[in-house]
Design a protein. Structure first.
Length: 279
């Protein structure tokens, strides 16, 4: 079965719109501030999509554009200003940022109560010990997909391919918190194929087109494709060989239309959650 992330995200946004309307009745208008440094074309598209989603849900959106020569001090100063503003519930620093800037320091500076991307070390730490926190949007979206389709996580063997701080590590932690037995595979993993083949749930998040092939997947496995890659002919494909795995998997996410829409839906969710804390 194909997991329709697009439809699920639409339903989540609809539910969040109702929650945002209730907040407005109480005089609270949810608001997201997005900082974009430089003029990365892909980032411009992502920010536009976030703005559109905010508008649909009823979240105010304020964008702060900084040129590529922005200094670390100027970036930190802006974050500090946004941290102090009581009308802003969420702060998002769009990546990538110019190489002269320290993105980790910038993430660390965002108030953990406004860290709707879930990158502040306090939120990362809270996730690790199972406390309520802001969870990174893509991993959170994957968990919500599994839950929406009543896919059992507890007791299952889950393999996450990729160990990024944005997806791989927090997703592995989310699955562990749901009582899965979790293995993280990466570029140094030996006998990767045999490890993946034992998994009940496979998550591909490594950024290599069609890396996961049918011979790596056991019959009936759940396959979640986080990757977004553009081929030479301009086609979007994931990290999974969808066409050859679809009939082998019990559930599988497509690219596009799978995890991607859920990432933005979870960002909206986190902003509304932050706004509720103002009550």
């Amino acid at each position: 079965m194909i997991i329709n992330g697009k439809e699920l995200a639409k339903q989540i946004r609809s539910d969040l719109k109702k929650e945002a309307e209730v907040l407005r009745e109480d005089g609270i208008i949810p608001k997201l501030a997005v900082i974009m440094v430089g003029n990365d074309k892909a980032s411009e598209v992502y920010v536009r999509n976030k703005s559109k989603a905010c508008n649909e849900v009823g979240i105010e959106f304020e964008e702060f554009l900084k040129d590529e020569n922005t200094t670390q001090e100027e970036l930190i100063e802006l974050i500090d200003e946004l941290n102090k503003r009581e009308d802003i519930d969420g702060i998002l620093l769009q990546s990538p940022i110019p190489k002269q800037l320290d993105i980790r320091q910038a993430f660390n500076r965002i108030d953990e109560k406004k860290d709707v991307d879930g990158f502040n070390p306090i939120n990362v730490g809270k996730l690790a010990i199972g406390e309520d926190c802001f969870i990174s949007c893509t991993p959170y979206g994957v968990i919500k997909m599994l839950e929406a389709y009543n896919i059992e996580i507890e007791g299952k063997r889950a393999v996450v391919i990729g160990r990024s701080n944005i997806v791989g590590k927090p997703l592995a932690q989310c699955l562990l918190n749901k009582n899965a037995t979790v293995t993280i595979c990466h570029s140094k993993t030996r006998e990767l194929e045999s490890i993946v083949k034992e998994a009940d749930i496979v998550v591909a998040a490594l950024g290599r087109p069609k890396f996961v092939t049918a011979n790596m997947i056991k019959d009936g496995a759940v396959v979640i494709d986080v990757g977004i890659n553009r081929t030479d002919d301009g086609k979007l494909v994931g990290d999974v060989d969808f066409e050859n795995i679809e009939n082998k998997a019990s559930y599988i996410t497509p690219v596009p239309g799978g995890v991607g829409p859920m990432t933005i839906a979870m960002l909206m969710n986190n902003v509304v959650k932050a706004a509720k804390e103002r009550k």
